[in-house]
Ligand binder design. Structure first.
Ligand SMILES: [Zn+2]
Ligand SMILES: [Zn+2]
Length: 426
């Protein structure tokens, strides 16, 4: 009896070769822009001490309460697969002496993240994120720099249907008072919100504002807004950001219900939404904000920080949906080597190795398919040239070079082929 095939865990996916061009398009663009702005890459461990996330993200958040992959290792240490990127970077900032570098420091990462979520379209239990952090500068200009950077990256990806959602969630000075008025308001409406929201009321009241349930959204619409009760410092910080964004011509929407799911955010929070006109839907493709308390929460001196994360798989989905965006092919073959007969196969194989030595990507089958079938494959692959070695050419030491666009063919000596191909391709 055949053995049963083992399947990948629920909520994970294989990213196959055909999708790699989207992956590279996203990652290369972000990497180029980030490195051009002075960000250095950091690679942190895939798993960390569970306490890092409990302390950093907050024990009352959905992530820590329900979504972490936490387990005991063989030495009975509690380990968690990284559910987000910032806490690890801040840990490294404190542990690796980065806090004594010239401040602010700019770091970026490309990470797999793990969350035990209900799998649904565009949401995976393992997904990949590009993220960046500026640590050590409370200036609102850093907020603007970060937002402008993301906006630049999205433009390079030719994504125009994007809306920047912006809010300020205040600081230790102004938020506690707001939370009291928010709770007072919700106390009157607890019978009209969903079950999750009754739980949030006690544990994480700010999240009441961004519940997706229709009934809860109606209640949230009339809730007091933090933006109206910001302390003078938070107000000035936010005002400066808006002024700079206006001057830069970066458009935004004030979204007073945007709070983000993590406890560590202070002041600025933002998301970039992809607006799909066909489905009338909006999906967050990037999110971030300021976290001026996090370094201190994780044991350092009070240090400001701001960061963002963008989901690679989500952006890949969006790019596939945007048919007008031309995503460059990766190392697409430039030459198809067709051959017929045993001796021709050997000569074609040798020629293939010489072309590869010269960094010319090739395609070939080296099997018994007819020349016609091989040329059909060459045209499907859209290679500019095919090289054909048949029985006659084997004896003559020649090969036929066929221009796949014009159909023009000429016979050349095999020893000239590599230099001729290099010349034609350039
Ligand atoms: Zn404040
Ligand atoms: Zn709700």
């Amino acid at each position: 009896m055949a053995k049963k095939i083992i399947q990948k865990p629920r909520g994970t996916q294989d990213i196959l070769p055909a999708d790699q061009k989207y992956w590279n398009f996203v990652v290369d663009n972000f990497r180029n822009v980030l490195e051009g702005c002075g960000f250095g890459r950091i690679i942190t461990p895939t798993f960390e001490d569970t306490a890092l996330f409990e302390r950093g993200i907050g024990t009352s958040t959905d992530i820590v309460e329900k979504e972490m992959y936490t387990f005991k290792d063989k030495s009975d240490n509690s380990i968690t697969l990284r559910p987000e990127g910032t806490a690890s970077v801040v840990r490294a900032y404190l542990e690796d002496g980065i806090s004594s570098w010239l401040q602010p420091v700019k770091l970026y990462y490309i990470n797999a993240l793990f969350r035990y979520e209900r799998p649904q379209a565009g949401r995976f239990r393992e997904h990949h994120q590009i993220g960046a952090e500026i640590i050590g500068d409370p200036s609102p200009l850093r907020d603007v720099e970060m937002i402008a950077l993301i906006s630049r990256c999205l433009k390079r990806l030719h994504l125009d249907n994007v809306s920047l959602q912006l809010n300020s969630i205040g600081c230790q000075v102004c938020r506690p008072q707001y939370m009291r008025s928010l709770k007072a308001y919700y106390k009157e409406h607890l019978n009209s919100v969903c079950e999750d929201c009754t739980r949030r009321y006690d544990k994480n009241p700010l999240r009441l504002l961004d519940c997706k349930e229709k009934a809860c959204r109606l209640v949230a619409d009339n809730a007091p807004q933090l933006i109206n009760t910001l302390c003078p410092d938070c107000h000035e910080h936010f005002r400066t950001i808006l002024e700079f964004l206006d001057d830069l011509g970066v458009s935004y929407e004030l979204n007073t219900k945007l709070v983000r799911g993590l406890d560590y955010y202070t002041r600025t929070v933002f998301e970039f939404w992809y607006v799909d006109d066909n489905f009338g839907s909006q999906n967050a493709i990037c999110g971030g904000g300021r976290y001026d308390m996090l370094v201190e929460i994780l044991g350092g001196k009070p240090t400001a920080g701001i960061g963002f994360g963008v989901g690679i798989e989500r952006l890949m989905l969006v790019l596939k949906n945007e048919e007008s965006v031309l995503v460059p092919e990766l190392n697409a073959p430039k030459i198809y080597l067709a051959q017929l007969g045993g001796a021709a196969k050997k000569q074609a194989f040798m020629l293939a190795q010489s072309l590869l030595d010269n960094d010319i990507p090739i395609a070939s089958r080296f099997d018994k398919k007819s020349v016609g079938e091989q040329l059909k494959e060459a045209s499907d692959l859209k290679v500019p040239y095919a090289i054909i070695i048949g029985q006659k050419e084997t004896i003559d030491g020649t090969a036929i070079v066929k221009d796949m666009y014009t159909g023009f063919q000429e016979t050349l000596p095999q020893e000239m082929l590599v230099s001729e191909v290099i010349k034609r391709l350039s």
